[in-house]
Design a protein around this ligand. Sequence first.
Ligand code: FAD
Length: 502
Amino acid sequence: MHDVVIVGAGPVGLFLACELGLAGCSVLVLEREPEPRTPWKADPLGMRGLSPASVEAFYRRGMLDPLLKASGADDRPDPEEVAPPRGAGHFAGMMLDPADVDVAALPFRLPSPAAEGVMTNLEAVESVLSERASLLGVEVRRGVTVSALVQEDESVVVRAGEQEYAARWVVGCDGGRSAVRKLAGFGFVGTEPQFTGYVALVTVADPGKLRPGFNLTPTGMYLRTPAPGYVGMLEFDGGAFDRSQQPTREHLQAVLRRVSGTDVTLSDVQLASSFTDRAMQTTTYRQGRVLLAGDAAHIHSPLGAQGLNLGIGDALNLGWKLAATVHGHAPDGLLDTYTRERHPLGAQALDWTRAQAAVMRPDPHAQAIQAVIRDLIGTRDGTTYVFGRTSGSSIRHDLGSEQPLVGRNAPELRLEDGTRLGDLMRDGRGVALDFTGDGRLRGPAMVWEGRMRYAAGPARDDLGLGAVLVRPDGVVAWAGDRDPDREAFERAAARWFGGPAV
Ligand SMILES: Cc1cc2nc3c(=O)[nH]c(=O)nc-3n(C[C@H](O)[C@H](O)[C@H](O)COP(=O)(O)OP(=O)(O)OC[C@H]3O[C@@H](n4cnc5c(N)ncnc54)[C@H](O)[C@@H]3O)c2cc1C
């Protein structure tokens, strides 16, 4: 009997496994694929954009260097400066100019070694997480396809072939076609597709006929990146392409000709797959002892590079809450705050992709809106707004507080002695930062010592605050002014960390 069985060793399942392993839970990960590597996970097909918020999650667990190394990203931001981002992404294929991002307008931004997004690939992300999971004592069993699930009062049993695995909790991180979601009877609702998208590795006989970058056309979109042979495209066919079939060379060429308005020729197709903009989300992320995270809980088109970032956010939010529940010190209702906090953010991400699909549609109304949006994102405010949404900077969990920092990902606060918040978060506990001269929160913080770290001293930039309580997932649970109220701190600590630990 494990504390937690995770179904799926994709990036989200592995991130969650690391969080639970770090918190001392026994974790078994069951994965269908016998081998971790496939061409779909390596560049260019496995290429994925990690947002600054996701990169920060790796940083706060001591995985920034391995991530950058595995991703071949050695051009790091200056950890002493708040600089404009190097890349700012796009909205519906309309590129943002990073120089137009007004960093001063992004909420609570402080210099951080993890201020930039990283262009990586699934293989790099999964290898960094697998290595860490193994160091933390997590077992990953491959070639195991979960096909049945039974919930009992105190446990859940999943079955794969003749084998049964019992755990106190099961988390489905088994992707967009999640078996766990179906077996546990989660409601899954949303909108049907308008387009079919394709990614492929091809040989183009006459590449000069295609323009580089994102190309919005009257019939859809095509994308050529510097990666040789990589083509992405989407066509507004109502999602009609039968995705149980492999797209053939003839089919891909016909679509590319239609969306590019050229007579381009594909002489060969090495690999290809399709996706749609079907946007669905489960109505809750928990049914009894079964939880969902990542694509298992929400699917949408890749427009705007959201899915992986959303899934990592789910895993980070769920990990410490489930661990506290396993260890029996979670305050009442803590686990249910997972759905309460993450479901609205999932819904926002779905809408973000729907909005992009809507303005890319090949009809005059959509194209009129597209022109308006293009004008808006050509402004500094417009660029900053879109960047705030895609970078994760504007994310705020609703924790019921008016204090503007509460519910946000904590900025990289730093003490004058150079200690950074990121240094304090590595062991997965919460962090109480006390900037008061009299170390006012030392006593109460020590009461929760096993669950939070305490660090005191003057801050390099205190953002007008006297103390801050950060949850293990990096979310600000409470913030006090320069004369912080000890009792308010204690209430916040009890709300998130349960009864005093000593
Ligand atoms: C073309 C494309 C580009 C994208 N670009 C980006 C991007 O730039 N940024 C971004 O944030 N997101 C992007 N995404 C989305 C991102 O790839 C996904 O959201 C992310 O991979 C989801 O991770 P996951 O761990 O939830 O699921 P998955 O990666 O799907 O992993 C699920 C795992 O579960 C296993 N599994 C499935 N069923 C079972 C079973 N029954 N038993 C055991 N194991 C099982 C699978 O084998 C798999 O290993 C993109 C997606 C596509 C298609």
